[in-house]
Design a protein around this ligand. Structure first.
Ligand SMILES: [Zn+2]
Length: 260
């Protein structure tokens, strides 16, 4: 039996000058990469798990720009093509896809049948997220499906009396997105479950640690939700009563006046 093996996600992000451009309603980020060895180029190791948390909490193009300037290359090289453009719409779609991965482990799939003979399998994700997968790379697809090929097992010498080496698993990834996808995969292997906060405008995810179901990421969100629910309930009764009978409408109006 092997002892529990630590897993490391290694990502030396390629730094880039990132700019934000707007074309009509479309907002797009552009990456300008300094050549390797040229002034301006430097290695930049990022910590994958905290990068993922930051990524999921981004809510505005300005925050995304700040994030990309630190994290560098967002999507890797595929068939000699380096992704030098990223739309804000796709940035948000990838956030949605990563949330699904954290909840489900891998992207759920379904069979699509157009004729009795023509059957194919596609990712069963909401339609609005689908455009992000149009040009998904082989490596990215591996992570999404739970069949990554970038895992290696390495060792460290150590000074224990038995002179046994310590083994660890290393994941080498080529882009910020791959690093984020790798963390979701590792969490799935570890049996860590995540849930998305039930407050509609809260982007946070939280770890499910007990069987006791919790709906919100924090006390603050639970409180906000209960305040909103109370407000909604207070606003609702007169409108509902108005639909029933005339006497009730009159009563409701009177009650409303008495309250206000
Ligand atoms: Zn929340």
């Amino acid at each position: 039996m092997l002892p529990a093996m630590p897993i490391e996600v290694k990502y030396d992000s390629e730094q880039a000058a990132v700019s934000l451009n707007q074309y009509g309603d479309e907002i797009e980020f552009r990456f300008d990469f300094p050549e390797k060895g040229e002034p301006g180029w430097k290695g930049n190791f990022i910590e994958a798990f905290s990068t993922r948390d930051t990524f999921l909490e981004i809510r505005t193009p300005g925050e995304a720009l700040e994030f990309l300037r630190i994290s560098g290359l967002f999507r890797g090289i595929d068939e000699d093509k380096r992704h030098e453009r990223l739309s804000w719409a796709n940035f948000q779609r990838w956030q949605g896809i990563v949330r699904i991965l954290l909840r489900e482990g891998v992207l759920p799939r379904r069979e699509v049948r157009s004729t009795p003979k023509a059957v194919w399998v596609e990712y069963a994700i909401p339609e609005n997220l689908r455009p992000a997968l149009n040009d998904v790379s082989v490596v990215e697809r591996g992570w999404l499906s739970g069949f990554p090929d970038q895992l290696v097992i390495r060792f460290r010498e150590n000074q224990s009396p038995e002179k046994r080496r310590t083994l660890y698993a290393e994941i080498m990834v080529g882009s910020t997105l791959e690093a984020i996808l790798a963390t979701a995969y590792v969490d799935e292997l570890r049996g860590v479950n995540y849930q998305v906060c039930a407050l509609p405008d809260c982007p946070r995810i939280y770890e499910v640690r007990s069987k006791h179901q919790r709906e919100f990421c924090s006390q603050a969100c639970a409180h906000k939700a209960s305040v909103r629910r109370r407000r909604a309930e207070q606003a609702r009764p007169p409108a509902i009563k108005a639909k029933t009978t005339k006497t009730k409408v009159i009563k409701a109006k009177a009650a409303g006046k008495a309250k206000g």
